[in-house]
Ligand binder design. Sequence first.
Ligand code: AMP
Ligand code: MG
Length: 384
Amino acid sequence: MAQSTASKKAAKAKGKTGKNGKPEKAKNGKAGMSKTEPDKAEEAKPSKGRRPGPDKPAPDKSTAAKATKATKPEPTDAVEPDVYTADPVEVTREGAKDWSEPVGPLLRPGDGFDLATFDAGATPGWDGSEKDAERRMAALGEELSELQERLYAEGRSGGSRSVLLVLQGLDTSGKGGIARHVLGMVDPQGVALRSFGVPTLQEREHHFLWRIRNALPPTGRIGLFDRSHYEDVLVAVVDELAPPEELDARYGEINDFEAELAGSGTTIVKVALVISPQEQYDRLHERLERPDKHWKFSVGDLATRAKWPQYTQAYQRVFDRTSTEGAPWHVVPADNKWFSRLVVTELLTQALRDLNLGWPVADFDVDAARAALEETKDQGTTAS
Ligand code: AMP
Ligand code: MG
């Protein structure tokens, strides 16, 4: 990723300080804020959101605010607080392998997508090794972690944006591993994880989206749904848990719901982890062979496995009817755990990058606070 070296040099020359007054480049050698040089504000015309392009000087706050107004997608209720413009997060990727093609678009099910012939063992867009993937994931983890902190900071400062990762997949497809290995790379305070099982009696008294609405991530958080409202058009369709007309109406209701979420500032990243029947057999077999994995096994998993063709059909319908412009599906080959974890890390990082996150501007007078702090410098160290 290209870096705004000009703004960094300017900041360095001025002895700029970063958040909390710490010297810039405080954390993991990453760049901090690059608040604008007032004299350069004129020439700055950011093309997207509040952040300038990588090689453009940063605009001042007022210019940035105007640019935001002009480019913000409509309609939206999302609040974007005043932020410092900031460089993209800097990560070292020397020697780290890159995708041969951007993986997001590659995994979106387009016209003619056929799940029945999908290769769950493939690694589309990646011609590196597993080791290469691990290296890239570690580098992305640093970036993801800083972006998550920026999102959290924004949420604490009046913003209303959040990110929701919706994870679907049959038993043993690796949903738990994504939570541990991908979300595990960021500060747990910034993550809201929810799992959805068979609805409780109380949940069954409500519309199927009721429990989902109650579980949405608070602002500034990355939410992870381990299973989701899609169970209501997967297991519910396969096991005919509601009348056909009601099931049929749910796809449209889900699309409306997700559009509403996107409009109020929640970026939705939808991922379906797809494994082959053979791989599921191997993983279930391992769960039975290892006493430390028995707790993960449920006899019900075999009943679900016996309905493989019905689930394939139900998933196909989900992709056909709910992969929308604002919330597209990503169908991820998941026989190789290292690959599916890398893909999800990549998708999540990209979703956060697209938010053009900065650092919140202090809502107090920093100079006055600094002076007030100085007055207390000897407090407690001298007898009064
Ligand atoms: P697990 O994620 O392995 O703990 O299993 C959770 C179980 O709950 C799976 O068998 C899901 O199919 C089931 N489940 C989740 N949501 C629903 C739903 N809305 N209706 C019926 N079953 C569900
Ligand atoms: Mg299970």
